[in-house]
Write a protein that binds this ligand. Structure first.
Ligand code: MG
Length: 208
């Protein structure tokens, strides 16, 4: 691979989640980025930022790109998928909302160290015929918080690949994290977060 560099994330890509944040349904995909060096492997700790007031986990289906493409037509888009994994898009929520109020980007709040647990492995696309029919959920200390199905995604994977590749080249190993389902709530030090997606598995990390 070698060139993989990007984690492209979706904001408000499930209507129930858009509603709980007080937002309307987006008319076009809302994109933002996370640096590859905020990733954390399954089982490794999430470090609670010293300055944070509230951090929230967000379970998301992550698409791993398998070949280089630019201006990819929708009808060929799924050929660019290598496989799927689970991402936990952790957010410093108070910072996010206060930055948004000032018209600033969701950047600091999404890119602190260890803000993107990902894994536990990549399931190749031949094993998941329909990525838009998977139950998805998140539990904290064994209690379910988020629960949904990828069928409720507003902008589907083929559209996202088409849309994103109009602006930038996708390379093998790049990741598109397709947005979270409703049920966002804060976590604290010591909590164990489990993100699960049908046919992929469970991504588990403790907060330190
Ligand atoms: Mg998210």
């Amino acid at each position: 691979m070698g060139r993989e560099s990007k984690i492209i994330c979706l904001g408000k890509n499930y209507s129930a989640h858009a509603k709980e944040t007080g937002s309307s349904i987006p008319e076009a995909p809302i994109l933002f980025g996370k640096f590859a060096d905020c990733t954390v492997a399954n089982g490794n700790p999430i470090i609670y930022p010293a300055s944070a007031k509230r951090i929230d986990p967000e379970v998301e289906l992550a698409v791993v790109i398998g070949k280089t493409g630019k201006n990819i037509p929708i009808k060929n888009a799924m050929e660019y998928v290598f496989g799927y994994t689970i991402a936990n898009d952790i957010t410093e929520r108070e910072m996010e909302y206060s930055d948004m109020k000032k018209g600033q980007p969701w950047f600091r709040s999404k890119n602190f160290d260890t803000a993107m647990p990902i894994g536990p492995y990549i399931v190749t696309k031949d094993e998941i015929r329909n990525p838009h029919k998977l139950s998805i959920g998140l539990s904290v200390n064994g209690k379910v918080r988020q629960k949904g199905n990828t069928e409720d995604m507003i902008f589907k994977i083929n559209y996202l690949i088409y849309y994103i590749s109009q602006y930038l080249t996708l390379y093998p190993g790049d990741i598109i994290s397709t947005g979270t389902v409703s049920g966002i709530a804060p976590v604290k030090k010591g909590d164990v977060i489990e993100c699960y997606i049908e046919k992929i598995g469970t991504l588990k990390n403790r907060i330190k």
